[in-house]
Design a protein around this ligand. Structure first.
Ligand SMILES: Cc1cc2nc3c(=O)[nH]c(=O)nc-3n(C[C@H](O)[C@H](O)[C@H](O)COP(=O)(O)OP(=O)(O)OC[C@H]3O[C@@H](n4cnc5c(N)ncnc54)[C@H](O)[C@@H]3O)c2cc1C
Ligand SMILES: NC(=O)c1ccc[n+]([C@@H]2O[C@H](COP(=O)([O-])OP(=O)(O)OC[C@H]3O[C@@H](n4cnc5c(N)ncnc54)[C@H](OP(=O)(O)O)[C@@H]3O)[C@@H](O)[C@H]2O)c1
Length: 315
């Protein structure tokens, strides 16, 4: 542990942003609203930056404990990547969509608890002790290929279909991308599938139920896997697609000619192959969405070649 004066000096030196507020789904799932000291560079919905806190900061008691840090390490910043989310809400006064330039950036973050035999999580147990007005670090670079540029070929087609599928906080970048599609008057169909453990993990559901009323081309599909009525017959994103239930609910088929899929979150849901000697080696076990959709004529991004399946793995 560092003495209080040293910790305060390090905070002054490294921190460049303030927590403007939080919207809590529950104790370990928050929408962090962060206001940087610097002018936010122009970035695209779907991109990410980094957040950080000093390793001298305390950790949440609900997370698996960390081994003692030595004098040198404790002075470092712990940084992780976070997709920029968006509150996507409708203004209660006039029913208009929230503007792009809010005076904060929203990040949808879950506290990783860790456990025996796993590395003790570095940053999230520290983030979840912050309160409004506290200082933290935000990276000034916003980056990532996971953007709507990948679906430019269908952007102006009225018969287009864009499917976003996320697990847990993998919904975050989709909120901003959907906001952008709605804002820009996209005429195609938009569907967002979100798979979480418990109903209480759906921080944005109510917002989407309101958006669905205003935008008939938008639908939100929530799947839970650990509620009493779902734990014994879990429907993962893959099952929802393979069974045909998703397409029945949106009332149309996913056609590679006019459909793009965006997948974000748990790598097992995405199921990206390893590439060896130019061949795809699919992960063992349950098929991920990429493999399922490639078997239906879709193509994932491959190097510089853009396909119609795009993905962002969180670990
Ligand atoms: C491009 C990118 C964008 C990301 N955006 C987000 C985001 O918007 N929101 C967010 O919560 N996380 C996001 N992550 C994950 C984030 O960077 C951290 O890994 C995560 O917050 C855990 O950090 P940690 O230091 O507490 O744990 P670590 O010490 O990094 O432990 C990592 C382990 O935690 C698990 N894990 C990591 N992230 C998640 C997650 N989101 N949900 C479930 N389990 C997880 C995995 O088992 C992983 O091996 C993103 C990652 C990448 C690469
Ligand atoms: N969610 C909570 O209530 C909660 C509470 C406290 C702490 N945490 C911490 O938060 C972290 C993240 O949890 P999370 O729930 O946000 O993310 P997650 O573990 O990635 O789970 C998100 C969703 O993906 C599903 N999933 C798991 N394996 C899959 C696969 N192979 N294919 C498709 N879907 C799959 C999960 O179902 P399963 O039910 O099968 O896992 C769950 O519905 C964890 O480290 C945990 O320690 C979560």
């Amino acid at each position: 542990m560092l003495d209080a004066a040293t910790a305060q000096d390090l905070r002054r030196k490294h921190y460049n942003a303030t927590l403007a507020g939080v919207r809590k789904a529950h104790d370990t799932l928050w929408c962090f609203r962060v206001r940087p000291d610097f002018p936010v560079p122009d970035f695209q919905p779907g991109q990410y930056t980094t957040l950080g806190l000093g390793l001298w900061e305390p950790r949440h008691s609900g997370a698996f404990p960390e081994a003692d840090l030595d004098e040198k390490k404790v002075r470092r910043l712990g940084r992780r990547a976070y997709s920029v989310s968006h509150p996507v809400m409708l203004n209660p006064g006039n029913g208009h969509l929230a503007p792009k330039s809010l005076d904060y950036l929203e990040f949808y973050i879950v506290m990783v608890a860790g456990g025996e035999g796993k590395p003790a999580p570095l940053l999230t147990p520290r983030l979840f002790l912050l309160g409004e007005g506290d200082r933290l670090y935000m990276g000034e670079k916003f980056t990532g290929e996971y953007t709507l540029d990948s679906m430019e070929d269908i952007r102006r087609r009225d018969d287009a279909l864009v499917v976003f599928a996320g697990t847990g906080t993998g919904e975050g970048p989709h909120n901003f991308m959907i906001w952008e599609l709605l804002r820009s008057g996209f005429k195609g169909r938009i569907a967002s599938i979100v798979c979480v453990r418990y109903r209480g993990d759906l921080a944005y559901e109510e917002i989407y139920r309101n958006l669905e009323k205003k935008y008939p081309n938008l639908s939100y599909h929530a799947l839970t896997t650990r509620e009493a009525d779902t734990i014994h017959h879990k429907v993962y994103v893959q099952d929802y697609i393979v069974s045909g239930k998703f397409e029945d609910e949106i009332g149309r088929r996913m056609d590679p000619a006019n459909t793009h899929l965006f997948l974000c979150g748990n790598p097992a849901m995405i199921g990206a192959p390893k590439i060896r000697d130019g061949q795809k080696i699919w992960p063992a076990g349950k098929k991920g969405v990429i493999q399922i959709m490639e078997e239906r004529g879709f193509r994932m991004d491959w190097g510089k070649a853009r396909g119609n399946i795009h993905s962002e793995k969180y670990w």
